[in-house]
Design a protein. Sequence first.
Length: 202
Amino acid sequence: MAAGVAEVGLAFAQLSGSATDFEHCRAIADDAARLRCIESTTGKPRTNSGTGTLGPEAGAWRLVRTPNPSGGPDAVSIMQTADTTRSDFDLAGLAVRCQDGGVEVLIVLVGALSLRSHPKVAVSAGGKRMDFTATVVPPGASLLLPKTATELASRLWTATSEMTVQIETGQNDSAPGLIRGVVPLKGLSSALPSLLAICSTQ
């Protein structure tokens, strides 16, 4: 599982360019264009992974496939970038990925956290707030939310336009103690069933 989650973090947040390049991407107003810019600055060559749209109903959600270097099933996920005008720089966005025939939800950061930490994540959507204790997965820029978040993603989050996120990381040298932001959810009701159909075949 850790290898697949790491691919999500690499595809979304590990950059080959400078921090200035990433800031340029985050300044792009259009969601789809912003995600394409971020993808173009990832450390993985485009030949090693594939991205695609999910149709107009899915909005700016992107489908990402990353081949398994061990020869197993591809890592498949849908990704959405954070709203840059209302988010801290350290919040990259939200990813939902295939796992064991179902899906799991990850908050993706720009910087890496200690793998031993257990950040507190508060998510508000559709007038409901939920508090989670996340697991930091290698290489450290992805926060895996518990199964409860997956259930919310399939019910509540698909019926609302955005979610607010607050992450208590604990202060250290590489990350701020508190990260806040907003992730658009428009199109998730279309993107998630498409992802689940792929996951069920793996």
